[in-house]
Write a protein that binds this ligand. Structure first.
Ligand SMILES: *[C@@H]1O[C@H](CO)[C@@H](O)[C@H](O)[C@H]1NC(C)=O
Ligand SMILES: *[C@@H]1O[C@H](CO)[C@@H](O)[C@H](O)[C@H]1NC(C)=O
Ligand SMILES: *[C@@H]1O[C@H](CO)[C@@H](O)[C@H](O)[C@H]1NC(C)=O
Length: 444
């Protein structure tokens, strides 16, 4: 009965088409979205959205109420339309911070009274200045079951005063992140716009089960260190369906630096990055350069980049130690980039001169497939470390084409690297062409 099989297969084909069309593949199921029956509004705590009133007391009182009344199923804190100026505040477990359409939570620019907290042990000091660091604008320490969501309201860091202090070299301590979660788990951040962060935008550190999706992250291209999302010594992180345009890396996976990161020894692992679009003078998808606790099992796909510094950037340094392994990046399209791909062992600064020059990072098992680019000045630069060559570097189906035919830069530059290349245009580095790609690409 060939007709039966014919119709069955058509039916199955339609079914699979319908199901994939209706539900694109997602990792967001690692933290289920919570409905909260108990709801309060910032207005009930004296919050005024006039853009002038400082609402610190209202935010702290509302969150104190959530923490101490701990209603079954947690509590939703509603932020109505309006501009709510406030100093930094701490989140608590079992809460949803819900921003209505037109709601803006705006950081004050009082840099003098901004609270300080201890440096992260895996950094040993602030990331940019020795000593403590300014607490993030919205902070979660040791919390779980937290959702930040709504109808695409805005969290605005008003970072320009901080950027100017950085430019004028008058910063005393490391600038605040816009949002940081430390030692936290089961966090969802979705449907929010983040803008003008003083420093990194979203920083989960020593945390697990983190979902960031449907967010927009904006900062001027010349704003210093305004990374988009930086999972740091964190595991089970899902970043999807977002637009990020900032002054530094769009997504950068980290795990502490040098002797402090090695001693702390907490890797970042199991990180999915999917359907991200954006622009930056620095990197699109980055690993590092702070990778001393190790980074493994990173999977990034369907990435769309425009006006980039480096499309895909894996970076570490002598003294970092740690490892970067089992990294897969596929289905990337980029238009206008200085470099398409860069994997290098000489990137990033050191916390102090106590780093161990014999702590060489191990970079192994990097698979890059289906990468397309136009107006890419240089296709690739892969430079391992002499006494710790990068291995299992696998490139396949890569087409990165230049701005003009007269560019003097060679399309690829490779050293201290082994692995394989298959269907790479323009022609790849000879270090990768000789190998048998079947074996080196299936290491991981
Ligand atoms: C917020 O949390 C930090 C870090 O846990 C703590 O040092 C600080 O005192 C808290 N701030 C307030 C206002 O509770
Ligand atoms: C909010 O923004 C996201 C991401 O851009 C978008 O997918 C979603 O439809 C928007 N939601 C609303 C309620 O406007
Ligand atoms: C490598 O990472 C992928 C995620 O990209 C994961 O599914 C796989 O299990 C990892 N392989 C090993 C050997 O850990």
């Amino acid at each position: 009965m060939p007709a039966f099989w014919f119709f069955l297969s058509i039916f199955l084909l339609c079914l699979s088409y319908v199901s994939t069309a209706a539900e694109p593949v997602t990792c967001s199921g690692i933290v289920p979205m919570k409905y909260r029956y108990d709801k309060i509004s910032i207005a009930d705590f004296g919050g005024v959205g006039d853009g002038v009133t400082v609402n610190t007391k209202a935010f702290r009182a509302a969150i104190y109420r959530i923490q101490h009344l701990h209603r079954r199923g947690g509590t939703l804190l509603y932020i109505p339309p309006g501009v709510y100026l406030t100093e930094s505040f701490n989140l608590t477990s079992h809460m949803t911070l819900y921003l209505a359409r037109g709601a803006v939570i705006k950081a004050t620019q009082d840099t003098r009274n901004w609270p300080l907290i201890a440096p992260l042990p895996s950094y040993g000091r602030g990331r940019e200045r020795p000593g403590g660091r300014y607490v993030s604008f919205i902070h979660g320490d040791g919390v779980h079951d937290v959702v930040i969501t709504g109808e695409n309201g805005t969290i605005d860091g008003q970072g320009d005063v901080w950027w100017n202090m950085w430019r004028q070299r008058t910063l005393q301590f490391t600038r605040p992140n816009l949002i940081e979660f430390i030692n936290s788990k089961n966090i969802i951040i979705s449907n929010v716009i983040f803008q003008n962060s003083p420093f990194w935008n979203i920083h989960p550190v020593y945390s697990s089960n983190i979902v960031v999706r449907y967010v927009t992250i904006l900062a001027p291209a010349d704003s210093p260190n305004t990374d988009g999302i930086d999972p740091d010594s964190s595991s089970n992180v899902c970043i999807e369906d977002s637009y990020i345009s900032t002054g530094d890396d769009l997504v950068a996976v980290k795990s502490g630096w040098d002797e402090y990161g090695i001693a702390y020894g907490r890797p970042s692992s199991d990180i999915t990055i999917r359907r991200i679009r954006g622009s930056s003078p620095f990197s699109g998808i980055a690993i590092g350069s702070e990778t001393s606790g190790g980074v493994e099992n990173v999977f990034a796909e369907h990435i769309n980049l425009y006006n980039m510094g480096v499309g895909i950037h894996i970076k570490t340094n002598i003294g970092r130690g740690g490892f970067i392994r089992n990294i897969t990046v596929s289905n990337v399209f980029m238009e206008k980039a200085r470099k398409g791909i860069k994997i290098a062992g000489d990137v990033g600064d050191h916390p102090d001169d106590k780093f161990n020059p014999n702590a060489l990072p191990v970079v192994k098992g990097i698979t890059l497939t289906d990468i397309w680019g136009i107006q890419v000045l240089q296709a690739g630069l892969i430079q391992g470390i002499k006494n710790s060559p990068f291995t299992g570097i696998c490139l396949s189906n890569i087409n990165l084409h230049g701005m003009t035919a007269t560019t003097r830069t060679p399309p690829w530059k490779c050293s201290d690297v082994s692995g394989a290349a298959h269907l790479v245009s323009p022609i790849q580095c000879s270090e990768l062409t000789g190998a048998q790609h079947a074996t080196s690409c299936s290491n991981y």
